[in-house]
Ligand binder design. Sequence first.
Ligand code: BDP
Length: 598
Amino acid sequence: MLYPETTRSRMVFDLSGIWDFRLLNEGEREKTDAGKRLLKGYPMPVPSAYNEIYPGREFADHVGDMVYQRSFMVTKEMMTHNRLTLRFGSAAHRADVWLNGVFLGNHKGGFLPFEFDISEVVKTGENLLTVFVNNIVDYSTLPCGRMEVQHFPGSPDKRVNLPNFDFYNYTGLLRPVWLCIIPLVYIDDIEISGHMNGEFIWNVKIAGNVEEVESIEVDVSLLDENGKCVYSGNGISGRGKLSEVHLWSPEDPCLYQLYVRMRIIDENMLEDEYRETFGFRDVEIKDCHILLNGKAVYLKGFGKHEEGSIRGRGTDLALMTKDIGLLKWINANSFRTSHYPNSEEMMRICDRMGILVIDEAPAVGLNTGFTATGLLGGDAKGTWKTLTTLEHHKKVMEELVARDKNHPCVIAWSVANEPASQEEGAKEYFEPLIEITKRHDPQKRPVTIVTYEGAGADTCRVSGMCDFLMLNRYRGWYDTEGNLQGAAAKLRAELEDFHRRYPEKPIMLGEYGADTIAGLHDLNARLFTEEYQTEFMKTYGKVFDSLNFITGEHVWVFADFATAENIKRVDGNKKGIFTRDRRPKQAAFFLKERWKEK
Ligand code: BDP
């Protein structure tokens, strides 16, 4: 799916701004007329999560539906010989979209874009856009959660939605919304891959009123980083080769553009054009190493949430750019979009800044024996009989690959985080997902599933199907706490077990970390202090350095973040190497030195 851009043939209007908003109680949505103006709505910024904008638990903890509304103007010129679409960066977790009282469609899944053709419904003058959003997570959604009605004698029943994951369920219209004006016959999608030997392959999809035109011609040019044309060709698909190519790498993230122009021959008119950015680089796996452009790359970085105070997970260009600056400062080269696809804007910044991204699906909490608090229990054995996520998960993998396939920054896909991969049924669940991901990715990037300590080398049923292993380990925190020597021994033994079992596969840590209260110090490096976090990082670092099959270290977590309220979390998860307002804790300086040398 192409990112909305204005070109000579297209116009994009950003509908970000203050919309009208209301929370809806159970049953209210069905009674709300989408064709009428909302009365007494709250002003609500889009994009943003709605949860922290107004005070009150009714707001923050609302479960169920909400409605967003705004109007926009359309001129006669905009409608002449054009197709109009509405494009949403994301809506968490489900959206039903109406225009002028007409239902356009819905979208399930909170972290990927979707669009609707509104040409038949839009009119000149004012148009009323109404979006119902639902924020429930359950055993059919990604991420997973549970609905519960709590009854206590003498108190009204309370509907609660328990996330099965350790991050706050920020929801709403999290990403920008655009009105796009494109030609009737248009470039629907572009696929472009550049390789380290200078070869490139393109594929253009044309859509719209194609049957009404005689024939279509597609011209492509390759523009180098200075905008100079270095290749010209034609056809909806083809391949070419540059004799001299400037590769994309973290040290030198050189970008090219495929400039696609489409003409309708009988009219000899430019109908549509679009420039898609890409890079020349190869990712492959060989002898326990991840190779980037033929050389082993050691991944240094983090699991990272896309969030901050007030806007929650809402798109914040300043925050995302700041984060990339901090990744560079600390000498990291990579991160995982844990635990959901990040915004398209973030992927574009990573392309420019040479950050390697492991692009994760929002598939977290796929373990009925595991909850956000770790206290609530559940059926520890029935995950794959209980969840009904598979068909949706397949669609999400397709949508994710479709959105991010051309980004040079994306070097691998993560299909899920910490599923119950030791349980019977895990293999059958994940096999088709890995197959779909690979089939849809023109670059055939490596695919992984990030696993947890409940699934060991002998019990994990999915490691064998991953191209590289990403293991999450908390020895020295959730167990062996305070005993880092013991933690190191346990960790080493586990890593060696995995290597023995899968000698060809690169192994990296997907998560390891310790909650740390900024400003808390102790001479004896006690739990929760900055000293303990630093010692923890040093201990893990020593283990990695002594094992030559370890190909990366992703610390949990880049910055402190909000979680559901529970007695294991004091104002959220504090395993950040940076605080939530992006100040360094002591361990940041250790990692900066360590990663300078790695
Ligand atoms: C891991 C999860 C991550 C949590 C982390 C923690 O993958 O989402 O935040 O543990 O407990 O199990 O800090």
